[in-house]
Design a protein. Structure first.
Length: 287
């Protein structure tokens, strides 16, 4: 199985590249942004055709939630238009596409885990651009009847790029105060577990919209507290409300993704998020 990974230097994309090295019969190529700018349709077509992959894993995108509020056009250009370019290039090359999306496509009003077929309701500019990206990909694959998955996930951490875990560890170790919101609920998720699940789902013939995250739920404050405790540090973060925190972009208060269908397809339960965090931190400390 040959994969082409967009955003291969990023948090999730780099994990796909690493994981494939440990799978017999699998290989991955990860073109740089200079070689394959996803907003350049001709570059996408040229690079994907030359690589001739079985699947394209589309991780590249505009991922900064707050800056998207002041750059909504750029978020759309990268996420919607870039995703359309990648999907078209994949379809023309006869490849499947696994498009990485987000739990932020929902507004949090449901109050219980979101199913893959629940109606989306994006709140901010970033979320709207990700919904538009999903729609752009689906428009291409439906026309061409191409193999595809829309993978919704969120609250990611792992090797490859500075993330929430790094922020909490660095600020706590330095004795700097931390104010973390305690009214937003989701599933903290290790990138390694996302990648393993997605590769197994591809191998098993899964198609359509799938939810992929670690098990269990937490608030950002609960997640940060667990990071501090598992790392054996002192000084717990202060809990604040989203309103008091005052981020530029409004976030949904509840984006827990329902994992029942995913776990049935995989034939296993996703790892509980705190177990995953503990394993990740143990690896970091022993590296």
């Amino acid at each position: 199985m040959k994969l082409l990974v967009t955003g291969g230097a990023g948090l999730l994309g780099s994990e796909f590249v690493r994981a494939v090295r440990h799978r017999d019969g699998w290989e991955a190529v990860a073109p740089s942004r200079a070689d394959m700018d996803i907003t350049d349709a001709s570059a996408c077509a040229r690079v994907v055709a030359a690589a001739s992959p079985d699947w394209v894993i589309h991780c590249a995108g505009f991922t900064k939630v707050d800056p998207a509020e002041s750059e909504p056009d750029e978020a759309m250009r990268v996420n919607r238009d870039g995703s359309a370019n990648v999907a078209r290039a994949a379809a023309d090359a006869g490849a499947g596409i696994a498009h990485i999306s987000t739990d932020y496509v929902f507004d949090g009003s449901k109050g219980e885990p979101y199913l893959p077929n629940d109606p989306v309701a994006p709140m901010g500019a970033y979320a709207k651009s990700k919904v538009a990206a999903e729609e752009a990909v689906l428009s291409v694959v439906r026309t061409d009847e191409a193999p595809h998955m829309i993978v919704r996930t969120g609250w990611l951490y792992g090797h490859g790029r500075r993330d929430f875990v790094d922020l909490v560890l660095d600020r706590t170790a330095a004795g700097d105060p931390l104010r973390i919101v305690d009214d937003q609920w989701g599933r903290p998720t290790w990138t390694r577990n996302v990648v393993g699940a997605v590769l197994d789902l591809i191998d098993g013939g899964s198609r359509g919209v799938v939810n992929v995250s670690d098990g269990g739920v937490a608030t950002w404050h609960g997640f940060a507290t667990a990071i501090v405790e598992e790392a054996g540090l002192r000084g717990l973060p202060e809990a604040v409300s989203s309103r008091d925190y005052g981020a530029p972009a409004e976030r949904p208060l509840y984006t827990v993704l329902d994992l029942v269908a995913t776990e049935e397809e995989l034939g296993r339960e996703m790892m509980p998020w705190r177990d995953a965090l503990r394993t990740y931190l143990d690896e970091r400390s022993s590296a």
